[in-house]
Design a protein around this ligand. Structure first.
Ligand SMILES: Nc1nc2c(c(=O)[nH]1)N[C@H]1C(S)=C(S)[C@@H](COP(=O)(O)OP(=O)(O)OC[C@H]3O[C@@H](n4cnc5c(=O)[nH]c(N)nc54)[C@H](O)[C@@H]3O)O[C@H]1N2
Ligand SMILES: Nc1nc2c(c(=O)[nH]1)N[C@H]1C(S)=C(S)[C@@H](COP(=O)(O)OP(=O)(O)OC[C@H]3O[C@@H](n4cnc5c(=O)[nH]c(N)nc54)[C@H](O)[C@@H]3O)O[C@H]1N2
Ligand code: SF4
Ligand SMILES: [Mo]
Length: 902
């Protein structure tokens, strides 16, 4: 009889994107955890994307910050007790306030904090320290949507629900690469297209993976969304497709908004010229939108992260209001949120210009919150927004700063200058999960070890206003503690013990819910009245629920505004007259390209978590810049070479990818690489700090830059059990592989110096084998200990090629290398000469580009399903299906055009 107990998996929520998928986590007791999608969670019904599926590979305690640390007078960091660290933080804030006032202190927090963490951080700053200076990385992410919602609806409300994506007949994706950034929702939209014939329109200057499943792609010029949607409003009016009853009864400001839209975009010809897209495509989009009742317009960072972000949001919402398409099933504007708790941050008041529970700094709200908190020192005016806040650090006006759960030395615009500015602080505190990242490299004075996903308990809210629980299933390593605990302990040491006497996360959640209910009576959208009396057991078992939850019997609410009532003083939605769009600055001669920045499929932000996963690192393993073929020719850049990008603020050196998806004059580069993972990959260093006047959100998608080739004498890679530091003059990028690290590099060390370089890198102990091929201009060396591979290095000069990686990668995991394997190691290929699999396309089953390419080229599979049947690729999480589709189109398309020519 098997006596082992089967422990039921823990239900929790994915820590990555705002889709908010339910996860079942089953720790095996030996440090491993099995991850599966939660079939009962309404965000994903059991599915997970590549990142969610690989969560188990990111949970090791390597590299974690385990103890509180403090910098000594001699500059060294040393481990201290929690009490000493917390005491130092409290004393530092108290002292700074005394000398320079509450405007000299700030918190910079994150959409990756849980609601409970956010709530206490905001309460401490805005209610007890008396400053509005708490802002969040959501300023870089969601602020324009927030401002747009408030202008139109009188509150920061996302009106719809995911089920609207199942019912829609037209799905318009604006500035969203959902196939990579919100994969599970994207798959849901693709299913609506397949099963119900819904159309998908993608509006993005780049042709992304999302475009693979679209019926129409508008590759508009950057920044021209405002013109496009003004043109759409004018078109709908001209064709008499307005919902006059809705406009009359439930909105204000229509006439002025239409006048302005007509002035900005009088006719489709003008729109087509301004957005630089074929007139017929613009007309098709306008016609589809006009004649289709059930339209959902989803938008993300191509809209928000713009100098006209808020106007873009309102230009979109205007079109939905004009057609009465809001608050009803299958239709509405839909802001896709980025981080797992971007919404929770907005609910608790994590933005400097909000107070708490969706209240602003109006005097009666300040007074209401003051009474509720019994707060001694309410902030009465908004604080500084992220970019302004860091500029105030630079100018020496902010003197004490506490950063929680974000890596601003990488993610802020002008990141080098902002990182350096941190050195000016009198008090610099960071709560972090990892022991080293670029923000920690800026030398904080106090480091506080935070428990992270899997170790902490609390709640998050996803894009459709659905609150889900994150539950702990691991014990935090070392002395790591939940963020809310850390904040409360500092509050206690500042003398606010009574107001921060929480022992459990549920007590904080209950208070947060009670504040949302306090003197609400239906006047505020955010209302958790029904959750304000949860018992610990209720909280523990809380099932995912969409707010508002207005009483304890409520099961939540899928949609708002169905009754035509909004949260403005006259209960009417407002049309907004947008400023005539100032089109993306035409780059000056010195910086002739516009740099667009964003994400790749398998990495999350600054890679502190996904960077640990070999499975996720196999998709793209180095920082790159994408350029159009014409741009590459004009700037003398070959595919696969290295190029230096330079802006007025900084520079980076990236691998060149020549791609048809890129418009001429524009470049795209991903944001993920940083000082830990690459020598010259800090993209944020280049990005300008232009920002939206309403939301303060920076324009991260259109920085003027130049690009030029960089030549190195040789290029190569290193595979090693432990990361090996390369000399300063090298270009390098690092990625996790099973059993070790892959470091790609480029160097000016010529062929003569390769042996000594190899000895220097691989070390002297153990057996050393090498092979030099002067004819091929290559060199290989490996070091072994007890017949196990420790490290190997491959070098080539000029155009000489490097060997394929996958057989070599596998040798790092092998126990013993026999004579044949050693020879093969130096030959750089498998003994049985199996080819290289190329970059990973399917992360779940480890299927590479080569196999998929060969299968399609053989003609044996001409559909995604057929590729799945042969290779399993794309049959688990489905995140790679758009790439497989693209390969099919390119290969079959290429064959068709070749046949046509012959
Ligand atoms: N794999 C992965 N997924 C993620 C994340 C991640 O790091 N990795 N991060 C999460 C977070 S926090 C966020 S905020 C979301 C972001 O999700 P998305 O917004 O979908 O991702 P981005 O790549 O930042 O940008 C989206 C697109 O905007 C386009 N764009 C640029 N300028 C313009 C313009 O002027 N107009 C229009 N219409 N489009 C433009 C870009 O070409 C890009 O394809 O992703 C979330 N999901
Ligand atoms: N150029 C350019 N810049 C951008 C963007 C862009 O598109 N282009 N996008 C912007 C957007 S939308 C976003 S959301 C930001 C994201 O940028 P960041 O927020 O800076 O990136 P992350 O890597 O997510 O940083 C999270 C940090 O929190 C730590 N951490 C993890 N769990 C915990 C925890 O439980 N507690 C604590 N205290 N710490 C924890 C992680 O180790 C990591 O260092 O980047 C922004 N910057
Ligand atoms: S779509 Fe992927 S990253 Fe986003 S919540 Fe779901 S599993 Fe996590
Ligand atoms: Mo974000």
């Amino acid at each position: 009889m098997d006596l082992s107990l089967t422990v039921p998996p823990i239900r929790t929520t994915c820590p990555y994107c705002g889709v908010g998928c339910g996860v079942l986590a089953s720790p095996n007791g030996n440090g491993g955890t099995t991850i599966a999608g939660d079939p009962e969670h309404p965000a994903n019904f059991g599915r997970l994307c590549s990142k969610g599926s690989a969560l188990g590979e990111t949970l090791s305690f390597d590299g974690r910050l385990l103890h509180p640390m403090m910098r000594e007078a001699n500059g060294r960091m040393s481990q201290v007790s929690w009490d000493a660290a917390l005491g130092r933080v409290a004393a530092g804030f108290r002292e700074t306030m005394k000398r320079h006032g509450p405007e000299s202190i700030a918190f910079y927090v994150s959409g990756q904090l849980l609601t409970e963490d956010y709530y206490v951080a905001n309460k401490l700053m805005k209610g007890f320290l008396g400053s509005g200076n708490i802002d969040t990385n959501s300023r870089l992410c969601m602020a324009s949507s927030v401002a747009g919602h408030k202008r139109a609806f009188g509150a920061d409300t996302v009106p719809g629900a995911y089920e609207d994506l199942d019912n829609a007949e037209l799905l318009v994706l604006v500035g969203s690469n959902a196939a990579w950034c919100h994969p599970i929702l994207h798959q849901r939209m693709v299913r609506t297209r397949q099963t119900r014939g819904a159309r998908i329109v993608v509006i993005d200057p780049r042709r992304t993976a999302t475009a693979e499943d679209a019926d129409l792609v508008l590759q508009i010029a950057p920044g021209t969304d405002g013109v496009l949607f003004s043109g759409l409003l004018a078109h709908v009016a001209a064709k008499k497709a307005l919902d006059g009853d809705f406009i009359g009864a439930h909105t204000s400001g229509f006439a002025a908004a239409l006048d302005l839209a007509e002035a900005i975009a009088p006719d489709p010809d003008m729109v087509a010229r301004a957005v630089r897209v074929a007139r017929k495509d613009v007309a098709t989009f306008f016609d589809w939108f006009r004649v289709t009742e059930k339209v959902v317009t989803l938008y993300s960072q191509g809209v928000n992260q713009s100098a006209q972000g808020t106007d873009k949001v309102n230009a979109i919402i205007n079109c939905h209001l004009a057609t009465g398409r809001v608050g009803r099933a299958g239709m509405g504007p839909f802001s896709l949120t980025g981080q797992p708790n971007a919404m929770g941050g907005r609910e608790t008041g994590g933005l400097a210009n909000q107070l708490a529970a969706h209240m602003d700094f109006e005097p009666e709200c300040v007074d209401r919150v003051r009474r509720f908190w019994n707060a001694p020192a309410m902030a009465r005016t908004p604080g500084l927004k992220a970019v302004d806040l860091f500029e105030a650090v630079e100018a020496g006006r902010i003197k004490a700063l506490w950063i929680m759960a974000t890596n601003p030395a990488v993610s802020l615009p002008r990141a080098d200058a902002m990182r350096d500015a941190l050195g000016k602080l009198d008090l610099f505190v960071v709560s972090e999960a990892v022991a080293s990242n670029d923000t920690l490299a800026a030398r904080p004075m106090v480091l506080l070890p935070a428990a992270t996903w899997g170790e902490k308990d609390g709640s998050v809210t996803n894009s459709e206003r659905r609150i889900s629980r994150q539950r702990a299933f691991l014990v935090p390593p070392g002395e790591a503690k939940p963020d809310w605990w850390i904040v409360c302990e500092v509050a206690k040491r500042l003398g606010f013990g009574r107001a921060f006497a929480y022992h459990y996360a549920y007590e904080i959640f209950r208070e947060h819910a009670a504040l949302s209910a306090f003197e609400n009576d239906g006047t505020r959208d955010f209302d958790l009245s029904g959750l304000s009396n949860l018992t610990p057991a209720d909280y523990n078992e809380l099932a995912p629920v969409q707010w508002p939850v207005r009483d304890s019997k409520s099961k939540g609410q899928a949609r708002l505004f169905g009754d035509g009532r909004f949260f403005t003083p006259d209960a009417k939605a407002r049309f907004v007259t947008i400023d005539p769009p100032a089109l993306a600055e035409m780059p000056a001669h010195a910086f002739p390209y516009l740099l667009n920045t964003g994400r790749v499929r398998d990495h999350w932000h600054t890679m502190t978590r996904t960077g640990k996963s070999p499975r996720l690192s196999g998709h793209i393993d180095e920082p790159f810049v994408e350029i159009s073929p014409a741009g590459a020719a004009a700037s003398n850049l070959a595919d696969g070479s290295l190029a230096r990008l330079t802006s007025a603020h900084g520079s980076a050196v990236l691998r060149v990818k020549v791609g048809e998806g890129q418009r001429d004059g524009e470049l795209f580069a991903p944001i993920h690489w940083n000082g830990e993972t690459a020598s010259h990959g800090r993209l944020g260093a280049l990005v300008h700090q232009a920002r939206d006047p309403h939301s303060g959100q920076p324009d991260l998608k259109a920085t003027p830059v130049s690009i030029a080739p960089v030549d190195f004498a040789a290029h190569g890679f290193l595979l090693s059990r432990n990361p090996i530091l390369l000399p300063d003059e090298f270009w390098w990028a690092r990625a996790a592989v099973y059993g070790g690290t892959l470091t790609r590099f480029a160097t000016n060390v010529g062929a003569k110096g390769w042996e000594s370089l190899a000895h220097q890198l691989l070390g002297a102990d153990g057996a050393f084998i090498e092979l030099r091929d002067d004819m091929q201009h290559t060199y290989r060396a490996a070091s072994l200990r007890d017949a196990r591979l420790q490290a190997c290095v491959y070098l080539a000069s000029g155009a000489a090629e490097l060997p394929g990686l996958d057989w070599l990668k596998r040798q790092l995991g092998a126990d013993k290398l026999d004579g044949t394997a050693r020879k093969a190691l130096l030959a750089g290929r498998a003994p049985d000469d199996t080819g290289d699999m190329g970059p990973t396309i399917c992360a779940c089953f480890g299927v590479g580009l080569t196999a998929i390419h060969d299968l399609i080229a053989s003609g044996e599979a001409v559909s995604v399903e057929a590729v799945g049947l042969h290779l399993k690729a794309g049959t688990n999480c489905g995140s790679c299906q758009p790439e497989i589709k693209k390969l099919i189109t390119t290969i079959i398309g290429g064959r068709v055009s070749a046949e046509a020519q012959s």
